[in-house]
Write a protein that binds this ligand. Structure first.
Ligand SMILES: [Fe+2]
Length: 208
């Protein structure tokens, strides 16, 4: 299942996630590409576009598109929120590059959690190694640290979802978390989510 990361795969990732070009630090941009390339190479997916456009496997699935639409959407929302907040609050010490890299990497663990081969294995024996054995935030941290991404980006991958309720989120992590929640909430309000996939927490708006 695990393949080598090739130059062609890196180029494909840059094409699938054009917001990588908004990262000013070239080494950081390259590490973001490396994290996604490794995530794909170590899965049975050939590209990010092959991953279904869902929040969790089978849940909050967009009526059209693929996982790049979600990753790019969250990143763009996060960039705009950071920019607009900083424009009116000059004391807000928000790191632009970490917001973009964090937005792009927040779901880098999804190729693992969504992998059909992993799903089959876990569902066949849930008490073996768990179902899933590791959720995408934790696996995302593993990938981020493996490729040498900064701790600030690994934190965003690890804390963007429910796991983040157990820690204090960074400023950039808070922005990406809100963008992620906002993405799914707005998609649901706009009729972009398949009704049979709406997860429980989005059925009770008061809990958002
Ligand atoms: Fe997400």
């Amino acid at each position: 299942m695990a393949r080598e990361v090739t130059e062609a795969l890196r180029a494909q990732i840059r094409d699938e996630l054009p917001e990588v070009a908004a990262i000013r630090d070239a080494a950081l941009a390259a590490a973001v590409v490396e994290a996604w390339a490794l995530a794909i190479a170590w899965s049975s997916f050939g590209s990010i576009r092959e991953i279904p456009p869902s929040g969790n496997p089978g849940q909050m699935t967009l009526t059209r598109g693929d996982q790049t639409d979600h990753i790019r959407g969250v990143t763009r929302l996060a960039m705009r929120m950071a920019e607009e907040m900083a424009a009116l609050n000059p004391d807000l010490a928000v790191d632009h590059d970490i917001v973009v890299a964090g937005g792009l990497c927040h779901d880098v663990g999804k190729p693992w959690e969504f992998d059909p081969e992993n799903r089959r294995r876990w569902e066949a024996a849930p008490r073996g190694v768990g179902l899933p054995s590791i959720r995408h935030p934790a696996y995302g941290v593993h990938l981020c640290l493996t490729v040498g991404l900064p701790e600030a980006v690994a934190h965003i991958a690890g804390a963007h979802s429910g796991e983040g309720e157990l820690v204090v989120r960074s400023l950039e992590g808070t922005i990406v978390h809100l963008s992620d929640i906002g993405y799914w909430t707005m998609a649901l309000a706009g009729g972009l989510i398949r009704p049979e996939t709406v997860s429980q927490k989005y059925r009770r708006p008061i809990s958002l």
